[in-house]
Each structure stands twice: as C-alpha cells, then as structure tokens.
Ligand binder design. Structure first.
Ligand SMILES: [Zn+2]
Ligand SMILES: [Zn+2]
Length: 384
C-alpha cells in the first residue's frame, strides 16, 4: 500500500484561503464548513458541531482507531504582513499557524481516503485551542468514543525550528497553564497622608516580588516553573491613594509537585503579604490546561516516521516550551504524541508565534502532511 504524493499546490492554496479568513475560538464557522464539505466529498462520515464548531471525520475500517487532530482557531491580532494572502478580517489573524494545521489535516484525510488501512482513522478539527476550551468541548461531545480512539497524534508548525527539522520527544513537552487573579483591598486616601491609608499599590509591588520569590525559593530548582504577573491595575489620579489594586498572571509547569503546590503558594504569598501591611487579599486561581505529556512508545513511533521524512539528524529531541496546548486533554485520555514541525525559513529568523508578522515557510506544510499521513499508516499497521 502506498500513499499518493502530497499535493503541495492544493495544500498551499488551502492554507492561504484559510489565512485570508481567520476566525476566533468557537467562531470557526467558515473554516469548519469548508472542512466538512471537503471531508464529505472524500467519502468520510462527517459529524459537525462536535464541541460547538468542531468537525470529526471517520473512515471506519474496524480494528484500532487512530485520531489525528488539527486545531482551527485564529487570534485577535491585526496582521502586519503585506502578502497576497493577508487576513481580510481586521483585528483577526492566523498568527499561530493553525491555518496550516487545518490544511494539513485535510490533505492527510485526502491521502488516507483511498488506502486499505486495516483500521479506523478519525480526523478531528478542533475549535478554540487558543482560549483553552476546544479540546475539552470536543471530548465532552464524545470525540474519543464511537468508535473508541486508541491513540492520538498531532503537530504544531513551529517557528523556533527551521523548516526541514522536527522536534519529537517523550514526556512533558508543553506546560500546564494556570491563571490567577489577586485583588488587594486596602484603604484609599490622600497621597500626601499615606499614614491614614492602607496603600494597595505598594502592597501590590511587594506581592509581585513575593510571587517571583516562589519560583526562586519555594520550588525545587530541578522542576520547571514560571510565574508571570501580566496585569497590574490600580488608581486613577496622581494625588489619590486608591482603595484596591488588581493583579493577574499565569503559572506554567510540566506537572509535578510545583504544579500541585502552586495554588496554595500563590494564595499564601498574596494573603500573607497583604496581611503584613494591614490589607486583605482575595485570590482566584484557575487551571486552564494540563501539561502535554507524550507517551514513550508513541513518541518513538513518531520519531521513526519523522526520521523517514526529514532524516534522522534533523529530528531534534529536547524541543519543549512553557507555552500551553490543549492537545494535552486528548493525551491524558489516550496515548499519543504531539510533535513540532519546523516552519522558520532555512535562512534567517522567523517572526514569533502570536506576533503580527508571523508567517511560515510553506515547505513545512508538505512535511507536516507527510508525517501525519505516515504516522496514521504506521500506527494502524503496527497495531493490526
Ligand atoms: Zn498559539
Ligand atoms: Zn497554536
């Protein structure tokens, strides 16, 4: 059995069409309609509305079932690239490469459609990765059931790696994403009479420093962890000490004790520091996504396939990021692997993900489609 060649022209055309029409999380109507129509015409059994705007295509062949996942959403970024396929929707942009993921998913579906596979292929087009609830919404709507999924694979086009290379490794490769909000309740008053107030601005400054001390003093240095305070809001006049200050931020880990401890450490630090200054702190802590953990055997399978496609020397281990990815929810339920496909130009640096000048080297689309197709074929032939 041999796969038909990758149709590069069609892959690029599909990616550019999607790039022109970016849609935010859970608003992927045009994207999901386009995907559903293409999948139906390929003979797949197609379900729409799986996790609001998600699409699932199944080609039943009995046996094991492998799930291939592509996320579809764009970001609230105004595109600064002057290219023929520039975003037509102001304030929205495919600035993370998910347009490429959808194009790759459709090309993989096309290549697998006519092959005798000895198993079942399920392709999931997932909404709302960037806002962290798309994977959970699809799982709640049964994407991993009927037929039951045995393994899941996905890729991310990756501008930290040059095109022609890939990052594949077992274990945790992307971080947990937690969000915290801290409100410091002091007592406002005249800026010239601080002794009559409880100044939440000064307390907020101490809390920000205290939170960084969690990373340096209360975390085992052998465990990865980041605490970032990203929003600080207080006051409205130069001569008034406000009554409250609000902080917001995020904690990233690869799981382990620091992940377990983080909610209590954040709360204890904020409440303790506020108390020491005679103020009160309220802390709201939410887990947004879990660390993404690759299964050892599935990562070995994907690394083998990657070596066939880009050459052994171009398959890098150790490519990890403290960024989050809700593919983690699929990989919590079933073994699988998520890999990075280099998408920076061979020469020169690429713009970072989520920036207004983000773009990919489109050769990465061909590599992504080749790897994902072969991963499905290999998984089903190894496990039939
Ligand atoms: Zn992103
Ligand atoms: Zn992404």
């Amino acid at each position: 059995m041999s796969l038909p060649p990758v149709d590069r022209a069609d892959l690029v055309a599909t990616r550019r069409d999607l790039h022109r029409h970016p849609e935010l999380g859970f608003e992927e109507k045009r994207t999901s309609t386009l995907a559903a129509e293409r999948l139906k015409s390929l003979g797949y059994e197609v379900k729409t509305g799986v996790g609001k705007t998600g699409v699932v295509a199944v080609r039943s062949g009995g046996g094991r079932c492998v799930l291939l996942r592509a996320d579809m959403d764009a970001l609230p970024v105004e595109e600064a690239n002057e290219v023929s396929y520039r975003s037509k929707h102001s304030g929205k942009m495919h600035a993370c490469g998910h347009d490429g993921h959808v194009a790759i998913g459709l090309e993989v579906a096309r290549r697998l459609a006519a092959l005798p596979l000895g198993g079942t292929v399920k392709v999931a087009f997932q909404p709302a990765e960037e806002v962290s609830h798309g994977a959970q919404a699809m799982i709640a709507d049964g994407v991993l059931e009927a037929p039951k999924v045995d393994a899941a694979f996905g890729i991310h086009l990756w501008n930290d790696l040059p095109v022609g290379t890939m990052g594949v490794m077992p274990g945790a490769i992307m971080a947990s994403v937690d969000e915290f909000e801290i409100t410091i309740l002091g007592r406002g008053g005249h800026a010239a009479a601080p002794h009559q107030t409880v100044d939440p601005v000064l307390i907020a400054a101490h809390v920000v420093t205290g939170l960084q001390s969690i990373v340096s003093r209360r975390r085992n240095p052998l465990e990865e962890g980041v605490v970032s305070v990203t929003q600080v809001h207080a006051g409205h006049a130069f001569n008034v000490i406000p009554g409250r200050a609000d902080l917001r931020g995020t904690v990233r880990t690869f799981g382990g004790k620091f992940w377990d401890d983080a909610p209590a450490l954040i709360e204890e630090t904020a409440v303790g520091i506020a108390g020491a200054f005679g103020a009160r702190a309220e802390v709201h802590y939410r887990r947004l996504s879990t660390p993404l953990v690759n299964d050892e055997r599935m990562a070995a399978l994907m690394a083998d396939v990657a070596a066939q496609v880009v050459g052994k020397d171009n398959v890098k281990t150790g490519v990890r990021t403290m960024g989050g990815e809700d593919m983690s929810y699929f990989l919590q339920k079933v073994p699988g692997c998520f890999a990075f496909v280099g998408s920076a130009p061979k020469t020169g640096k690429a713009s970072p993900h989520h920036s207004a000048t983000f773009d990919i080297d489109e050769d990465s689309l061909v590599i992504g489609a080749e790897v994902m197709s072969r991963v499905a074929v290999k998984y089903l032939s190894d496990h039939s």
